[in-house]
Structure formats: structure tokens, C-alpha cells
Design a protein around this ligand. Structure first.
Ligand SMILES: Cc1ncc(C[n+]2csc(CCOP(=O)(O)OP(=O)(O)O)c2C)c(N)n1
Length: 190
């Protein structure tokens, strides 16, 4: 496990690499990468084990997933510059065209459902691996997220971990709850 300081440095490296690749591509969602840099750094360089799986449900943040794979040594760093090129497997959203990706993501609200399926399959294989799913807070407005959460609870899977990047923003406006504390919200609603 790396030190907190090393994880902080790694988060910033992932930010820089995401900015560089989206700048080279001339498109993408760099700010969605910026807000989840610490989460990605801690997952990839402290938490994930050999048998674990990771699903980037907020798939538009793919540049930081590619940056994490490069930093972990799975793909050459130079390849990051090929983001979104027609002949590159580093697409704007993750797809299994890139062999480290198991689940296509980008249509928001679907990653947790896929993760629950994978968690059930891990259980059948008696694997000790866990499934980690990273969602956006705007994405959580999708009802399918909560149906998946209910399924996970129903089947009592304890090998799935959903992480929400609460950056307060959706695509074009703040999210419904932003950073407001629940108690405050209840008070406002009377
Ligand atoms: C089903 C679906 N609807 C709409 C979109 C378009 N879209 C792309 S990013 C985005 C905002 C996502 O916000 P959030 O989940 O909070 O992620 P952030 O980028 O803030 O981390 C939307 C609506 C989509 N990709 N999928």
C-alpha cells in the first residue's frame, strides 16, 4: 500500500495525463476525470487486488481510466495520446475493445447492474474478488441504479462496492441534491 502522500501525487499525475489526452483529442470530459482522481488513485494503487474487478460506470471519465492503466504499467504512456482516434482502443467511453475492460459503460445508470451480475458470478465461482463500481452523482438520478442496489441487497452480496463521486455537478447544471446535507434538505421541505 502506498502512503497518503504518494496517492495524492498519483491523483495529480492522473489529472495531468487526463488533461493531456483530452487536449490531444480535442474532446472528452476532463472535469469529470479531475473530480475522481483521488478515488482512482486509491483504488488502483492501494485497494484493488488481483481477483477484483473495476467498472467505471461514469464512463465519460474514460481518460482517467486509461491514465490509471498507463500508470499501473498495463499500457504504454504514449498510447494515451491516441485517445478517441478511430484506430485506437482508447475510446471516449470504456468498451471491451480494450482488453482490460469487461463492461461497456457510458450510457449512465448501467454499471451497477453489470456489477451486481459480476458479483453474483464471483459468488458462484467462490472467488474472493470484489467488484468496485464508480458512479457519478448526476448518474444516480437514473432509477436503474437503485434497482441494482436493491438487487444487491436482496441477494446480500457483500462483494460489491459502489462508490459515488459527489462533485455536485451533472452535465449542464448542478445535481438535484448538490452538497446539501440531508438534515438541511428535510428542514427546507418542512
Ligand atoms: C443515459 C444517459 N443519459 C445522458 C447521458 C449524457 N451525459 C453524459 S455525462 C452526463 C452528466 C453526468 O453527471 P455525473 O454522473 O454527476 O458525472 P460527472 O461528470 O459530474 O462526474 C450526462 C447527463 C449519458 N451519457 N447517458
Amino acid at each position: 500500500m502506498k502512503s497518503i502522500q504518494a496517492l495524492e501525487l498519483m491523483a495529480n499525475k492522473l489529472r495531468v495525463d487526463s488533461l493531456k489526452s483530452t487536449t490531444a483529442a480535442g474532446s472528452g470530459h476532463p472535469t469529470s476525470c479531475m473530480s475522481c482522481a483521488e478515488i482512482m488513485s486509491c483504488l488502483f494503487f492501494s485497494e484493488l487486488q488481483e481477483e477484483d474487478e473495476f467498472i467505471l460506470s461514469k464512463g465519460h471519465a474514460a481518460p482517467i481510466l486509461w491514465a490509471a492503466f498507463a500508470a499501473a504499467g498495463y499500457i504504454p504512456k504514449e498510447k494515451l495520446e491516441t485517445l478517441r482516434r478511430i484506430d485506437s482502443v482508447l475510446e471516449g467511453h470504456p468498451t471491451p475493445r480494450m482488453d482490460l475492460v469487461k463492461v461497456a459503460a457510458g450510457s449512465l445508470g448501467q454499471g451497477l447492474s453489470a456489477g451486481v451480475g459480476m458479483a453474483l458470478a464471483q459468488g458462484l465461482r467462490t472467488s474472493t474478488g470484489r467488484i468496485y463500481v464508480l458512479l457519478g452523482d448526476g448518474e444516480c438520478a437514473e432509477g436503474s441504479v437503485w434497482e441494482a442496489a436493491n438487487s444487491a441487497a436482496y441477494y446480500m452480496r457483500n462483494n460489491i462496492c459502489a462508490i459515488i463521486d459527489v462533485n455536485r455537478l451533472g452535465q449542464s447544471a448542478p445535481t438535484m441534491h448538490q452538497h446539501i446535507k440531508i438534515e438541511q434538505e428535510i428542514k427546507t421541505c418542512g
